[in-house]
Design a protein around this ligand. Structure first.
Ligand SMILES: O=CC(=O)O
Length: 325
């Protein structure tokens, strides 16, 4: 009988979606929805499907010698030791296209919620305080203000598009500066990081996490921001120093924050949890039914490309070069 590849899925996937994979491979997946022991699940696997929070590191690669490819159902891949995968000749693929628009929507939702105090207002109404208290909950306008986007990748560009609909002035800071034509097309202008922090009413953090972006926003950067500014992080916890942010919010050095990601998530810094001027969501930027389905299918396409020996569309690491004889 011809060899059938084995794919290990780290989470349960509805049977109807699995048909496309079953034709080409045997499937292993956990019995329940609880996070599985990855080593026992993947020990025999040729291919693996993982999600953020599943750590793919040297120990796992050592224990899974047949693994050729890891497909993550996410755009970010900081849960995967990509260098180790390259050294082990394991290709890593992600789903960068599927998440873009929904994550930008969530960033905007957090901005509006934090600036307009939507969560506080909801609690106010439920507590029966509407009509009993003279002081309304004043928030900050978002329209006609300045948005500063840190990280103008695909999600950052979607943010810029949405900001234009709110008549916002949009500045950005990025490793690579766009050409004047691209800047004109997107209606954005480049600022260095310090100036962007000093001038923006809404600071949107959208950079990947890595050693270069660890605590990119810490106490010195928060000190540069306007006292009326809102900070939104929909990228990765660790890009923002949460302890420094909690202190800045507590002291009113910035007005509010919206965070879809936190350092050490799912833990949240205890000081952030005490503050009314921070809106928190559980890393659900891409969590819509439609986007989750698109991400799963994109991750399946990546697996099928690998199984069929096709060029990998969303590969983040190179194939290991064969040692020359
Ligand atoms: O955080 C979500 C993703 O990386 O897709």
């Amino acid at each position: 009988m011809p060899y059938k590849a084995c794919i290990a899925l780290s989470r349960r996937v509805p049977e109807i979606l699995l048909e496309r994979l079953r034709e080409h491979a045997d499937i292993r997946m956990p019995e329940s929805d609880a996070p599985p022991d990855l080593v026992s699940l993947m020990r025999e696997a040729d291919y693996a499907l993982v999600i953020p929070g599943d750590r793919v590191d040297r120990a796992l690669l050592d224990a899974c010698p047949r693994l050729k490819m890891v497909s993550t159902v996410s755009a970010g891949f900081d849960h995967i030791d990509v260098d180790a995968c390259t050294a082990w000749n394991v290709r890593v693929c992600n789903t960068p296209g599927a998440v873009v628009a929904s994550t930008a929507d969530m960033a905007f939702a957090l901005l509006l919620s934090a600036a307009r105090r939507v969560v506080e207002a909801d609690a106010f109404v439920r507590a029966g305080r509407w009509n009993k208290e003279a002081a309304p909950l004043f928030g900050m306008d978002v329209h006609h203000k300045r948005m500063g986007i840190i990280g103008l990748g695909r999600i950052g560009m979607e943010l810029a598009k949405r900001a234009r609909g709110f008549d916002m002035d949009v500045a950005y800071h990025n490793r690579r500066r766009l050409s004047p034509e691209e800047e004109e097309r997107l209606g954005v202008r480049y600022l260095n990081l310090d100036t962007l922090l000093e001038q923006s009413d809404a600071v949107m953090v959208q950079v990947p996490y890595g050693s270069a972006t660890h605590h990119l926003i810490g106490a010195p950067q928060l000190a540069r921001m306007k006292p009326s500014a809102v900070l939104v992080n929909t990228s990765r916890g660790g890009v923002v120093d949460d302890a420094a942010l909690a202190e800045a919010l507590r002291q009113g050095r910035i007005a509010a924050a919206g965070l879809d990601v936190t350092e050490g998530e799912p833990e949240v810094h205890p000081e952030l949890l005490k503050l009314p001027n921070v809106v928190l969501t559980p890393h659900s930027g891409a969590s819509t039914r439609e986007t989750h389905l698109r991400m799963t299918l994109e991750a399946f396409d990546n697996l099928l490309d690998a199984i069929h020996g096709e060029p990998l569309r969303n590969c983040v690491n190179p194939a290991k070069k064969e040692e020359s004889a």
